[in-house]
Design a protein around this ligand. Structure first.
Ligand code: F6P
Length: 546
């Protein structure tokens, strides 16, 4: 077997190291020397205008980064992904979330079979079901219409629809209550159901494997809640439970008729699954047409990623910038800071997408990597962050590249008074990008008459890189575009780091240990091989709860 050369031994890597070693400029100087970068370092994809001018780069940096992308064959792996090759090597699976938004006539083959017709058949079934719920045609066991939808799932079976429901609230049927339960802490299900009428409540059990303990535990409790509320007739389950899964056997075992199951496939990774059947709760909330608009948005960026040349390929550029900071500036984290209340769960969604994909420390051949891989991704809506943690970004000791995301138009529903606040919101976004990049020099501080002993405290060194992503409005299509942009950015980075971005073995150990420890908590059972610290914690827990 021919081994891939280690990333850090490639000449393109050495060239970047050398470039970095001689890196001096401040963004103030870069802009002074080349004001044209403000227009030149902008890439447009779909409705997104992505400004990467406030980055610690020159044309030379960009060409060196692109040479690294060429050497590591990012586009070769991209093409293999789109072709349905089994690039998830540790699980022997194709990685085809892009097929979920392929147009009806497209051909995407897995093991010789075109998967696109099945994708569209499920979408059509989802659309039909969503319409029946929205119109009141689908009724509960007692004949009452469904007014509440509760999605039970975790990780990729929760974060996507939960995030998108928040983002697209203005497009939702406001008569419906839609909630998301993920935590095995019973408080989550309790709070989600305490004010609901079981007769009007539909549970959507979302689980790719249908074995995830949190989801199955919550779904079992939800069934108990429903049956208690409806007099115990088991037949009620058929009208109040549907399943989203790849595992029909387990769905049947749980007691949900497969007629009420919406299928997806093992070539859809959990964190890439939200535009599959996993999006059913969202489709019920916004309707099938809006859902399809969102898929169109995904597709715009898929097509762009597949066809745009390297120098104008947005996911490639964003991925390379992350590599530049993570591997050559030792940046440990990446902040995503949306200036939109509706994007309040967006960063949490990206955390799974990015950190579960690229939180890896062996390469595709199983060798320990000798370079940094995925960053810690974090952030909350920008203006709130400004009054909390931005201090550290501005004046702390760490380099934290950040994405600032904003929209030219507020949503119509806000009305004139609230819409008038939008300019102030966006002024904050622009001001932060400006302050982070250019800072405030000691001389500027002195010129304001500040006492000398205060000058250092009030100086902002600046030179903090940001990407500014602007779109006209936060529509379903724009949401699809944004998500696909980040999906492919994560892909690019995994390709360069030579890791399998599509498995997640790191979450398995905790699951296995939790199962092993649980009997010690419930029955005081002796768990062989339990370490001293955990054994003491278990004993303390049992003592305290008496
Ligand atoms: O925690 C790991 C994980 O496997 C995620 O990758 C996945 O999105 C989540 O659990 C939920 O899995 P499932 O959809 O099978 O319940």
């Amino acid at each position: 077997m021919s081994e891939t050369p280690l990333l850090t031994r490639r000449p393109e890597w050495a060239a970047l190291e050398d470039h970095r070693a001689h890196w001096q400029p401040h963004l103030r100087e870069l802009f002074a020397a080349d004001p044209g970068r403000a227009e030149r370092y902008v890439v447009r994809v779909g409705d997104l205008r992505i400004d990467y001018s406030k980055h610690l780069i020159t044309d030379e940096t960009l060409s060196l980064l692109q040479e690294l992308a060429t050497a590591t064959d990012v586009f070769g792996l991209r093409d293999a992904m789109f072709r349905g090759e089994k690039i998830n090597i540790t699980e022997g699976r194709a990685v085809l979330h892009t097929a979920l938004r392929a147009p009806a006539g497209a051909v995407v083959e897995v093991d010789g079979e075109n998967v696109v017709p099945a994708v569209h058949a499920v979408l059509d079934r989802m659309a039909d079901f969503a319409q029946r719920v929205r119109s009141g045609e689908w009724t509960g066991h007692t004949g009452r219409r469904i007014r509440n939808v509760v999605n039970i799932g975790i990780g990729g079976s929760d974060l996507g629809p939960a995030m998108a429901y928040e983002v697209l609230r203005p497009y939702t049927d406001r008569e419906l209550t839609v909630r998301f339960v993920s935590n095995v802490d019973g408080a989550d299900l309790h709070e989600a159901t305490r004010d609901l009428d079981p007769a009007e409540t539909l549970f959507i059990v979302a689980s790719k494997t249908f074995t995830t303990i949190e989801t199955i535990t919550n779904a079992t409790s939800a069934r108990t809640w429903l049956l208690e509320g409806l007099g115990g007739d088991e037949k009620a389950v058929a009208k109040h439970f549907v399943a989203l899964s790849t595992n029909s056997e387990k769905v049947t075992e749980f007691g949900i008729d497969t007629a009420n199951m919406f299928e997806f496939w093992d070539w859809v990774g959990g964190r890439y699954s939200f535009d599959s059947a996993i999006g059913l709760s969202l489709m019920i909330a916004i309707g099938a047409d809006r859902f399809r608009e969102m898929l169109d948005g995904f597709r715009i960026v898929d097509d762009h990623f597949r066809t745009a040349p390297a120098e104008a390929n947005a996911p490639l550029l964003l991925g390379l910038l992350g590599v530049w900071y993570g591997n050559f500036f030792d940046a440990q984290s990446h902040a995503v800071l949306p200036y939109s209340h509706y994007l309040s769960k967006f960063t949490a969604y990206l955390q799974q997408l990015d950190m579960e994909s690229n939180g890896k420390s062996v390469d595709r051949e199983g060798r320990p990597v000798q370079w940094q891989t995925g960053p810690v991704v974090w952030g909350t809506p920008g203006t709130n962050g400004q009054h909390a943690y931005y201090q550290l970004i501005h004046q702390g000791t760490k380099l934290i590249p950040a994405d600032l995301i904003g929209f030219a138009r507020p949503v119509d529903e806000l009305g004139d008074t609230l819409k008038a606040q939008h300019d102030l919101l966006m002024a904050n976004l622009f001001a932060q990008g400006q302050a982070l990049a250019f800072g405030k020099t000691a001389d500027e501080v002195r010129a304001e008459g500040v006492a000398e002993e205060q000058v250092a405290h009030r100086t902002f060194k600046g030179n903090h890189p940001t990407t500014t992503i602007l779109a006209t409005a936060l529509t379903p299509s724009v949401l699809g575009q944004l998500i696909a942009l980040y999906e492919h950015k994560v892909f690019v980075q995994g390709a360069i780091w030579d890791i399998d971005s599509f498995d997640q073995w790191g979450v398995e150990l905790g699951k296995v240990l939790a199962k092993r420890v649980e009997p010690a908590l419930t029955e005081g059972a002796d768990v062989p091989g339990l370490d001293a610290s955990t054994a003491a914690l278990v004993a303390a827990y049992r003592e305290l709860r008496k």
